[in-house]
Ligand binder design. Structure first.
Ligand code: ADP
Ligand code: MG
Length: 305
């Protein structure tokens, strides 16, 4: 099949109550990347992650993890991925080190090959190794879940909304560790509804909304979309169709005399855009500009879908 870390084709999920959570979603997570799955609450992110982990059964479509089809080869597929779920669940009576030892036992990791203390050190929980899980803060619990997801040394780590309930300092530590893991060759997928977070960390970003994939681009390209600036211009006569010029990325007629023009601010400036209108024989009566940030890009993408 594909040499992607994760390959998803025509994935659909309808919950038993009739809720369509994923609708014909297809994309690949390239090996070695930090991949962001972005979308507002209820978009279908956790459903997708839970299908990867085997917690939710898909309705249709194909999924392979590290080349292993989740239907044909579920054991190898599961062994290739470590998942940090959105919901924090622990047995409150185990200590972090016991939690990791138990998990390693479930994976059949031999005692000599276990790395429990090393993992606890990596997630800055060394000094809590023998505390009860119930005494850990939310952020500590989440970091313990990250360590737990890594006990079988999977080539892929998936984090579902990892910064929920994590303060800024711990978030930075978590990101530093995620980068370190990635540099050591681990493919990382994280879901978030924070654009800045995805922008800061991810090589590539896919966006889902209402169960549909609406974008899948290198972060830099998505950022370029954020380079788009819109200018609204009122001209001195009625138009039946918008004029064309190479510096317009998009142009739309809004009323008889008002044009909305989108241009790339890293290529041209507003003056050149207005000059192009004048060159087309139009007099300019009024101008207003509007800057798009990434949040706007996200909104426009999610609204369009
Ligand atoms: P996200 O993680 O992006 O916030 P989810 O995958 O959790 O989104 O949810 C997607 C949609 O599916 C939501 O409308 C949610 O209410 C619904 N949903 C999630 N889990 C279930 C379930 N077990 N049964 C029915 N509907 C569900
Ligand atoms: Mg979720």
């Amino acid at each position: 099949m594909s040499d992607a870390a994760i390959s998803i084709r025509n994935l659909c999920k309808t919950y038993s109550g009739g809720k369509v959570a994923l609708n014909d979603v297809s994309f690949d997570v390239p090996r070695g990347t930090i991949f962001g799955l972005l979308g507002p609450n209820g978009a279908g992110k956790s459903t997708l992650i839970n299908i990867l982990s085997g917690m939710v059964n898909k309705t249709s479509g194909k999924v392979s993890i590290w080349g292993f089809d989740i239907d044909a080869d579920p054991r190898n597929a599961k062994a290739s991925i470590g998942i940090v779920p959105q919901e924090i669940v622990f047995d409150p009576f185990f200590t972090p080190v016991e939690t990791l030892e138990n998990q390693a036992g479930l994976w059949g990791v031999p005692k000599g090959a276990r790395r429990s203390m090393e993992l606890l050190r990596a997630v800055h929980l060394e000094d809590k190794a023998t505390a009860y899980a119930r005494t850990l803060s939310g952020g500590m619990k989440r970091r313990l879940l990250v360590a737990k997801a890594l006990v079988h040394q999977p080539p892929i780590l998936v984090l579902d909304e990892p910064t929920a309930g994590v303060d800024i300092q711990l978030r930075q530590q978590l990101w530093a560790y995620v980068r370190e893991l990635n540099q050591s060759g681990v493919t990382v997928v994280l879901t978030t509804h924070y654009l800045e977070e995805a922008e800061e960390l991810c090589d590539r970003i896919a966006i889902i909304n209402h169960g549909r994939l609406i974008a899948n681009q290198p972060t830099r390209e998505l950022m370029a979309t954020a380079q788009e600036k819109a200018v609204e211009v009122t001209v001195d006569r009625d138009l039946t169709e918008p004029p064309a010029a190479p510096c317009f990325e998009k142009i739309a007629l809004k009323g008889d005399r008002t044009l909305t023009i989108t241009y790339s601010k890293n290529k041209v400036n507003a003056g050149e855009v207005l000059a192009a209108l004048q060159a087309a024989g139009l007099g300019i009566v009024d101008v207003s500009t509007q800057e798009a940030d990434l949040e706007d890009v996200f909104l426009s993408l999610t609204n369009a879908a």
